[in-house]
Design a protein around this ligand. Sequence first.
Ligand code: MOS
Length: 725
Amino acid sequence: MSAHLKQDEPDTRNLLDDMVQGIIGKPLARPDGLGKVTGTAPYAAEYPIADCLEGVLVTAPFTKGTITGIHKDSVLSMPGVVAVIDDKRLTARAAQGGAGEAPAQPAREVGYFGQPIALVVAESFEQARDAAKHLTFEYRAENVADVPLDPEKTDAEPQDGATRQGDLAQAMSTAAHSVDVTYTTEGHSSAAMEPHAAIAQWDGNSLTVHASLQMPNYNISELADALDLGEDQVRLIARYVGGGFGSKLGISEEAVAASIAAMELERPVRVVLSRQQVFQTIMRRSETSQRFRLAADENGRLTGFGHEARVSQLPGEHFAEPVLQSSEFLYGGENRVLQLEVARIHRMTAGSVRAPGEAVGMPALESAMDMLAEEVGIDPVELRLHNIPECHPVNGLPYSSRKLAECLEQGAEAFGWDHGPRKPRQRREGEWWIGTGMASAARVHNIAEARARVTLKPDGTALVETDMTDIGTGTYSIVGQVAGEMLGLPMDRVLVDLGDTDSPRGPGSGGSWGASSVCSAVFVACEDMRATLAKKAGVSVEDLKLKDGGVIGGASLVELLDGEELSVEGHYEPGAVEDDFTASGYGAFFAQVRVNRFTGETRVDRMLGAYGFGRVLNAKTARSQCLGGIVWSIGAALTEALLFDPVDGHIANCDLAEYHVPVNRDVPDLEVIMVEERDPAASPIQAKGVGELGMCGGAAAIGNAIYNACGARVLGFPMTPDRVI
Ligand code: MOS
């Protein structure tokens, strides 16, 4: 059986609130937690597969040019070496973040330092690694002096979809208060803990790949395409994924290389990228340069809003960091210019890294807003509250549920925000200046088509199957909670089976759409199943109250099923409702920092995030996503930056020793407030995206606190000591 829902209208039924099992939203522990902390949950590279060969990628040691010859003989006689795969498809990967894009780099053409050119396969990993180091090849490299590498020194193409409304220049020149400022952000790496890894097995007709992927539902067609196979010949398995943060949205080199090798050699092949390769080969977040022109009246009401940004990308690749995304609808200002432009340079492919767009757009915007608050002479919280528009400032669409004001107010209250006049350098303790700062959060709400099969077994347990992934986010928990709530089953009677493309297509984990999309498919299946159960119980579906495995005061599910098995595939599709509302998650950040007056070192003393993202499905996993977001904010504010060699564009800090993500010492006690909200336009379960919202704007709260502490207005992230001092 199957059930389908296309959401064309807001869903105000609030069904999940009427259920009686009482597990939706509860902070339940993850069913997968024990396996993960005891090492029994297998990640992609950890499947014990007999007779498995090991492959190590060889990457281009130059920036732009052509590989003219690979001398396989140079390593084939080395111990254990089985093959050198230099198939041209190795370089033929789909663009990260753009579904179905043609590969940008034609065969053997190298477009960035670190691009894969061959795979060396051997009996052991050490043998493969040794041979990979000794493989010789010939290439013709272009003179790097002629290769565009610096986005600021390269012509940029304006992107379509710009907003031009009213007369911003006029609004700026007549404004009571205005700010015209340019902020920069540096490149970022997803830096997921689990490196990219794949084990491919070929049986002569079909390919099975254990891989670390966010989107098996989509990766299956990418891989089939790359290998010229039918989708029915490919099976992807990704039951546990150690973080992705965008870097595993698209299929990447290790999976393609392992598959080609397995098909050619007719033995299983494992490819695990080194940490350096993950940094250098997969993709980066583009650096950005963002000019803001904000015009306001005496009260701080925006009359003009300009956000013009430059990002970079390899020639031919489609994705452009969408930094303007939330600027389009967050604040008012009738005279508007929003324009994105892309400089084509030969740094590694730019792609989606955690909250593409807002992760860097919001911190820059919220820094400029802090400057405007100072210009106007009002409390920065007030400035935000004054500028929440009635409807979308350009297309006039209504907002779906929006808790921005509540987040600002509840966050300020809990943080103990001083609404009085603000001046920098007011508080010093020894060698530390102390200050506070705040910022709004916003991240567009995304939702995707999803399928999930729910099976109620004669023994009264349920099984949920979908190829959806859990990338550390808590999918196993929330999928089980939605099914359990709808069917009246405690969590230990719901088995959730994820990450196998033999199951119905889920939405994949990306863009923070995973939870609301996959749970909507589960919801649709269970709603259909409840109708069947009501009929069996002889009650109307409205009166069906299921709890702890049966009808309250009536038959158990085992009795109702009477030996039968019920199975429904739920299919959820976003519909017209998407076009009728401006839907987004919102929030507010508050931070207190101390800045060393001699060294410019910044430490975050405390930080708070208040968020509204619709229905909370699991208070523990949702809160953990928010905490993770605040940690990302600390990294973005203070330390994280890819450093590109100015001569050849290679990344100089290719590991976690040199690319500085926050560690325990950098993260103080964090507080998370989840504002009560239901968003009927966002999804049938009234939930919105959580994870990425957690960081969108947070770095500005820290930057604004740095200014408040010591008076240094640093116009770029990260605000490293050399920039602050
Ligand atoms: Mo996300 S950066 O769309 O995984």
